[in-house]
Design a protein around this ligand. Structure first.
Ligand SMILES: Nc1ncnc2c1ncn2[C@@H]1O[C@H](COP(=O)(O)OP(=O)(O)OP(=O)(O)O)[C@@H](O)[C@H]1O
Length: 611
């Protein structure tokens, strides 16, 4: 629509939201259920003709009955019309049934289509998004718009079409009787529509404002039921405190909603008053012209029936237009989310260089988390030869895990560069990069699925290969444990689902190590890989470290500085800067920060030895 036309009709971008979302939603709906949707449309159009046909048959029936009562014959015509009316009624009910069943199926298909797109999208978004509250708010709003709103928008539109056709036919009939009647009925629609549109917009604005509070409320609700928090909640007796916080947010948001609905309800009630008064006025007018002998009894009954059936039609049309607007505002949030820029960039076209010949070069790398003023990684430079094992150490919060995520390409860095051989990580194709790195994260995942899946996720293509799964389990030292399970690698893990086998923290960590070893990646990252392991398991992992790290360039983050002795080189971070770099012996000889941290830890082992 041209801007002059828009100005003329006072249409701003916000008001075009219905058209915009309909345009974007159409491919989803067409893809989900093209034939069913077309059939639904035809059914609705057929149903639209029903009220006018019924009106005509009622009028005919009354006239035949009047004739029969006055003249004493013509009963067969009455029965014919009655039979026809019953037939039309039965057809109408059958169409209702078919429409309900088809609607249900189309809804399911569309829900699947939208949810599938939603989850596919989330996996293509950069990891950094998940560190921003604004993204979680957007995701929450998108999920509000996700449910069945897309379908509702379309069914509202079809409903509008259906009711619009019926209404036009009715108004045409009334127009034949008196034009003022049809004009008045059209005007009746306006207040309800405006009130409903205002309500829809107010609800949407409220949802936007309340998103952070609603998310916090949901978080607390989930926390109170979660298995992970159950121990501490009981031990520290947090139930009352957390329940109070949840309850405060619940009533804060629900009181606001209540106020809004009370106000909306009041204005809607005023429009209903208007309807009732208008209806009474028209009946009074019909009675008056009836008293002037300008109406037959058939006309009178048909007109009052038309009025009775037009009222809900007008009500529904006004409501549908307003609801379409409300639904569109919510769906718009879903599309804002679906249009978020993804991880893949046009310049990321190069393949990961395998095998690494020159190694990894980190050049003046810096990284700042969104919304933070201070850099977390500050101007770091170092090089790693292919096959080297590098230990990254430093105090809590010094930036070790952040650096690891930059090296894995999970965060886009800047300024500075990371080169794999001579290829800038920023130019490496994401899937090529992902398939050549492997990691055990500090906060590794415990999947409540089978052992096979837990390990096989490390290389999904080889999940079905028993030999590979068993080899990875062997490297992680869990093969004996799995052999003791009745269902071996098909054992479900985690007690949350029926028959699930719970593991200890260390056993879960070994499973995560097994997952990392499923792929023979040229770059391997172990972020606190043995934090939960007992001394025997830790010893076993480190004893076999050379074998496990063979062929890979390995980065290992550990607070147990004893384990750094097996690294080729050590990087010491402090407040995001690289302050020391060298072999264990070199750093001890330098007598700097690393040496003092190492001696501090060694002291505890010496005093134990004295006992
Ligand atoms: N998502 C985030 N958004 C903002 N700041 C973050 C985020 N994640 C980490 N930080 C901050 O970055 C700094 C470095 O965190 P990082 O996790 O890299 O430290 P670390 O050296 O691995 O610590 P630890 O030894 O405790 O595991 C910390 O000050 C932390 O608060």
């Amino acid at each position: 629509m041209g801007s002059a036309l828009r100005k003329l009709f006072f249409i701003n971008d916000r008001k075009l939201v219905v058209l915009r979302t309909l345009r974007k939603m159409t491919p989803f709906i067409v893809k989900a259920a093209p034939y069913s949707l077309f059939s639904l449309l035809c059914l609705q159009l057929a149903a639209a003709a029903m009220p006018v046909v019924q009106l005509f048959l009622t009028k005919t029936l009354i006239e035949h009955v009047t004739f029969l009562l006055n003249e004493g014959h013509g009963i067969s015509r009455v029965y014919e019309v009655l039979a026809l009316q019953t037939g039309v009624y039965l057809v109408g009910k059958s169409l209702d049934y078919i429409e309900r069943v088809m609607t249900y199926r189309v809804q399911q298909k569309l829900k699947y289509q939208v949810e599938q797109t939603f989850i596919e999208k989330v996996t293509r978004l950069p990891l950094i998004y998940f560190d921003q509250s604004g993204f979680h708010d957007q995701m929450q709003r998108a999920s509000v718009g996700m449910d069945l709103r897309g379908f509702h928008l379309f069914s509202l539109m079809i409903g509008l079409l259906k009711n619009g056709i019926s209404l036009l036919a009715m108004i045409g009939t009334l127009f034949l009787f008196h034009w003022t009647l049809s004009l008045a009925l059209l005007l009746m629609m306006l207040p309800k529509m405006l009130v409903n549109m205002k309500t829809g917009h107010a609800r949407y604005q409220q949802m936007q404002m309340q998103t952070p509070a609603s998310r916090k409320m949901q978080y607390l609700f989930h926390l109170l039921q979660s298995r992970e928090a159950a121990k501490e909640i009981r031990l520290f007796r947090l139930t009352d405190y957390l329940t109070k916080r949840w309850s405060h947010l619940f009533w804060q948001t629900h009181d606001e909603k209540y106020k809004l609905e009370r106000k909306n309800g009041f204005y809607l009630m005023l429009t209903h008053y208007g309807d009732v008064l208008f209806h009474a006025a028209i009946i009074a007018w019909l009675v008056w012209i009836g008293s002037q002998h300008q109406l037959t009894i058939g006309d009178y009954v048909a007109l009052t029936q038309a009025l009775i059936s037009i009222q809900p039609m007008i009500h529904t049309i006004g409501e549908n237009i307003a609801l379409m607007y409300e639904e569109a505002l919510f769906i718009d949030e879903l599309f804002t989310y679906l249009e978020l820029p993804e991880e893949h960039h046009a310049q990321q076209t190069e393949a990961f260089p395998v095998p690494l010949k020159k190694g990894i070069r980190v050049q003046q790398l810096s990284f700042t988390y969104p919304g933070q003023e201070q850099e977390t990684i500050k101007d770091i430079s170092f090089t790693v030869r292919p096959g080297e094992t590098i230990a990254i150490v430093g105090e809590n919060g010094s930036g070790k895990s952040t650096l690891i995520k930059c090296l894995l390409g999970l965060y886009q860095t800047g300024p500075g560069h990371i080169f794999y051989d001579d290829v800038d990580i920023a130019h490496i194709d994401i899937s090529s990069l992902r398939s050549h790195v492997s990691a055990v994260f500090q906060d590794y995942m415990s999947y409540y699925l089978t052992v096979r899946e837990n390990i096989g996720f490390g290389s999904i293509d080889r999940m079905g290969l028993d030999a590979d799964i068993e080899a990875a389990a062997g490297k992680a030292g869990i093969d004996d444990m799995v052999d003791r399970f009745e269902q071996k690698y098909e054992t479900e893990l985690g007690p949350v689902f029926h028959g699930g086998q719970e593991l200890s923290g260390g056993q879960w960590q070994k499973i995560a190590i097994g997952r990392a070893y499923m792929r023979s990646a040229p770059v391997m990252v172990l972020d606190e890989p043995t934090a939960a392991l007992d001394p025997y398991a830790e010893e076993e992992i480190y004893n076999r470290f050379a074998e496990l790290a063979e062929g890979s360039t390995t980065f290992m983050v550990s607070h147990r500085l004893g384990s750094c002795t097996m690294a080729d080189r050590i990087l010491l971070l402090k407040d995001g800067s690289l302050i020391e770099e060298g072999t264990h012996e070199e750093l001890l000889a330098r007598n700097g920060e690393y040496a003092s941290m190492f001696r501090l830890q060694a002291k505890w082992y010496r005093s134990e030895a004295k006992v």
